[in-house]
Design a protein around this ligand. Sequence first.
Ligand code: GLU
Ligand code: ZN
Length: 292
Amino acid sequence: MVTGRFAPSPTGPLHFGSLVAATASYLETKTQRGQWLVRIEDLDPPREQIGAIADILQTLETFGFEWDGEVMWQSERHEAYEAALAQLKSHGLLYRCTCSRKEIADSAIEGIEGAVYPGTCRHAQHQSGAWRVVTSDDAIGFDDAIQGRQSQNLSHDLGDFVLKRADGLYAYQLAVVVDDAEQGITQIVRGADLLSSTPRQIYLQRLLKLSTPHYAHVPIAVNAQGEKLSKQTLAQPLNAKNPGPDLWQALDFLGQHPPARLRDESLETLWHWAKAHWVLAHVPVRQTYLPI
Ligand code: GLU
Ligand code: ZN
């Protein structure tokens, strides 16, 4: 069964970028008669905004998304994350790290996401600190259905990465892999801001003997300064009172070229058109771009 998902973090209301990702994932799944699941990634309580979860689910409904089954909540999945950590530990693939950010920055070379962790604590046998996974010095490649062939060498590009922080919070990279497997996700369509996370996720899937879904990363909407549209950059909120034009805009952003006459049509008409005309290959092959 083709299974797709939308996995928002409740750090604020949905914005245009989230609508684009949700729309692409929904259409790519529904046009294959698959099931589309929603997962709330409430892993990091301090970064959550009160009311954001209810607001996100309400907005999805208002825009006409119909998800299958129950919503999964990452805050209820800690046992599964511990079990995955235990599995990795039993294979000697985890160790604890007590380095501060500054120590890492001072001793490391620049990688693709800041300093590469140089492996300082690999053999230190610390009894406290963050848990890191040992990376390997191999290329991890995959064919993204939109962005094409991607490859990373995790030990050169990032170094051993954190799966559970010293303060006990589970890392996104771990949770997403455990939960995509639990939900039987076969295709992941999401924003290209996560393209560079994918090799870490594939690596964890291999270590945990989980299957690897197909990936497609849609461009993310940026403002004129090239910044991702998010709460921090004060992106215009979606207009839940009149969702049609926002959905039309998302389809246009995704290269589907909805006819102008549909702009002010009902949501039902727009979705009907979108499902009949969706072509993943029409999504622009770019990682970011400016809407309008
Ligand atoms: N929760 C992540 C976010 O909102 C997305 C996770 C994913 O799609 O893999 O950025
Ligand atoms: Zn360390």
